[in-house]
Write a protein that binds this ligand. Structure first.
Ligand code: ZN
Length: 410
């Protein structure tokens, strides 16, 4: 490393270097793809150059350790897989910040009372296979073996893809860490929202990660001729669904910190001169606290049923995902905030509306996240952008938090 290169510039350079590994279009790096393999090998080399004892593990994570070979480790991580045509910072920023933080701790000669490990997870976006944070759950000891039978759009099973990648399906269970071996988990990630930018702040600590309910809904009416069935005699499934979408929007705004979205709807038969017979639509409902989410879900279901009753249409509501909210560890959040204070970054706490590897890692031990301002709040998009100045603040706050956790433990 160039000792005189500012940390933020170094972070930006390494993130850009990693972005070369893509299967296209743009940056596209799905779990266990050739681009993922290339990025994992590049990350391995980066870790080794930074003085970490590193390897690519059975499930495709790159994990490097700095410090004593035995005893507990503080993990710093994020992911190197991406969505299709992604931005370059979502994931790799956190991995690179971890590596640069270790380089700096090593250069400064810090004597820490624990090892530091950097983890580059491979399956955070859950784009290719029907999984949920599978690679971080492997470390947390909660890997669901049924995931190995999941198939991608080409019919390739995760098990086959993992073998082709050079992984070892039979070795996954052995990756599970014991809680005693883990001090906790820190993750730096772009905010993927506009709050930090609106407040003129480089970084913010995450208070918690929202819980998510997803459901499939269906209204069932009666098809009829658009010209001959009088308005008062219709059972229009689309008009009913439209009212329900309004309910979802209103109820989503009723409570602090909640969001509610109908992101997809399909109308049957879907013709210009036919009254709609049925509409299938999706719900994505998120809240920072589980009781608040439960109340929102209950309101939406009850108000939609009332609409269906008044209009004489059928209504079905099938929840298929219930991911609990994940609070961040109070002690680790305080460590981030102490580090922010020390580096002149005003403390701000914000909830995460998106899921992260920290959800899996929080099942193993204390976890906390640091968000970094991104331009326009844009992510999952090639326009994703941060500044070297903000990257510098982020890596310094991360180093400060590691030292703070060490001080409290030491
Ligand atoms: Zn991410």
């Amino acid at each position: 490393m160039n000792q005189n290169e500012p940390l933020g510039e170094r972070v930006m350079r390494l993130v850009h270097d990693l972005s070369r590994h893509t299967d296209g279009p743009g940056l596209t790096r799905l779990y266990l793809s050739p681009a993922h393999r290339a990025a994992a090998e590049a990350t391995l080399r980066l870790m080794e150059a930074a003085g970490l004892e590193a390897r690519i593990d059975a499930v495709g994570n790159v994990v490097g350790r700095f410090g004593p070979a035995d005893g507990p480790a503080l993990l710093i991580g994020s992911h190197i897989d991406s969505v299709v045509d992604a931005g370059i910072f979502d994931g790799p920023l956190g991995v690179v910040c971890g590596i640069v933080a270790v380089e700096e701790l090593r250069r400064a000669g810090d004597a820490l009372p624990f090892a530091v490990e950097v983890a580059a997870f491979g399956d955070e976006e859950n784009v290719r296979f029907p999984t949920n944070l599978s690679t971080s759950y492997a470390l947390a000891g909660r890997y669901d073996p049924a995931w190995l039978d999941g198939r991608d759009a080409d019919g390739v099973s995760l098990r086959e893809a993992l073998r082709a990648f050079g992984g070892d399906p039979d070795g996954i269970a052995g990756l599970a860490r014991r809680p005693d071996d883990v001090v906790g988990y820190l993750e730096v990630h772009i905010e993927q929202g506009p709050v930090l930018e609106a407040n003129g702040l480089a970084v913010g600590s995450v208070s918690g990660i929202v819980g998510i309910t997803r459901a499939r809904c269906r209204t069932t009416g009666e098809a009829g001729h658009a010209g001959t069935v009088p308005m008062g005699m219709r059972r229009d499934a689309l008009a009913a669904a439209a009212e329900m979408v309004g309910v979802v929007e209103r109820v989503g705004a009723r409570r602090e910190g909640t969001v509610a979205t109908v992101g997809s709807a399909r109308v049957q038969p879907g013709a210009i001169n036919v009254i709609a017979a049925a509409v299938d639509f999706t719900l994505d409902l998120r809240a920072p606290e589980d009781p608040v989410r439960a109340a929102m879900v209950q309101d939406i279901e009850a108000e939609c049923r009332a609409i269906a009753g008044r209009r004489g249409v059928g209504f079905s509501f099938e929840p298929f995902m219930d991911s609990p909210a994940t609070p961040m560890d109070a002690g680790f959040v305080a460590a981030f905030e102490a580090a922010m204070g020390a580096s002149g970054a005003p403390p701000i706490r914000l909830p995460s509306g998106a899921g992260h590897d920290a959800v899996a890692m929080a099942t193993l031990g204390p976890a906390a996240m640091l968000f970094v301002r991104c331009r326009g709040g844009v992510s999952h998009n090639p326009a994703e952008s941060i500044t070297a100045e903000d990257a510098d603040v982020a890596v310094r706050v991360l180093i400060g938090a590691v030292r703070e956790i060490a001080r409290r433990r030491g």
